[in-house]
Ligand binder design. Structure first.
Ligand SMILES: [Zn+2]
Length: 253
């Protein structure tokens, strides 16, 4: 079944029908989703959502937008959440120089703190990097033991190849289906099959043919179809491979 490795079902855009969307997941062929967090409060809710739904696992952490919120208690609270059986990764963590909602120096500091925490607790990291490739890669190179995935990948073939060499998985989302996605398509063709993941990042990044509407986990099928097309293999094969990869990456049986 489809494994949507990155969702934000706690977003307010799901307030009216969250339970219905969750109840319909398997009917849409989606066997698992990972709820990615943005700040500490969101992380606590994501862990709870995962506890309540067998199809949901959680990644907990501070998104670079929220890096300024890091204080003396954050690390201990995240560490506690990371011990929960349904919490499978630290994320989403990284750098975002597009919005710069937190100062860049703070973003880098909090990114590294969370990488070290993930290494300490032995969980993988889910990395968000926007307009910050050079600094993201410089930081990741400092932690050769870290297991990670680059979420919503839109970088170059060279960056994808370096990440793969570092042991990373590469997740593709709705952007792969966009008309101007030539660079992303080339990267998707260069990543070894056993390192590919699919995601929606819903409610954001809605794929063609639903652009403009709220994104949802069911639409991960369109990402898988596009990935199958650019790799020249059947969609069912891509679904099987990306599910296997996601389970291996997140340590699920
Ligand atoms: Zn996200």
């Amino acid at each position: 079944m489809l494994f949507d490795t990155h969702v934000h079902l706690l977003d307010e855009r799901f307030d009216d029908d969250r339970e219905a969307v969750l109840a319909q997941l398997t009917g849409h062929g989606v066997g698992n989703v990972v709820e990615a967090s943005s700040d500490l409060e969101n992380s606590i809710h994501a862990a709870a959502l995962a506890r309540e739904h067998h199809t949901v696992h959680a990644a907990v952490g501070l998104h670079p937008h929220s890096a300024s919120e890091w204080d003396g208690r954050t690390e201990d609270e995240l560490r506690t959440l990371l011990q929960e059986p349904k919490v499978v990764a630290a994320g989403e963590i990284g750098l975002d120089y597009h919005y710069d909602f937190s100062p860049r120096e703070k973003q880098k500091e909090v990114f590294e703190k969370q990488i070290r925490l993930a290494l300490d607790v032995d969980v993988p990291i889910v990395v968000h990097s926007r307009e910050a490739t050079a600094d993201t890669m410089e930081i990741l190179r400092k932690y050769p033991g870290v297991r990670g995935e680059m979420h919503c990948f839109s970088g170059s073939v060279e960056t994808a190849k370096e990440l793969v060499k570092m042991g990373f998985y590469i997740a593709f989302g709705g952007a792969l289906t966009f008309k101007n996605a030539r660079k992303t398509v080339e990267a998707a063709q260069a990543v070894p099959l056993d390192r590919l993941l699919v995601e929606t990042d819903c409610p954001y990044m809605t794929p063609v043919p639903f652009r403009g509407k709220r994104n949802e986990p069911a639409y991960v099928r369109y990402v898988a179809e596009k990935l199958a097309e650019v790799r020249g293999i059947p969609t069912e094969e891509i679904i099987r491979i990306t599910e296997e990869n996601a389970k291996r990456f997140f340590g699920l049986a």
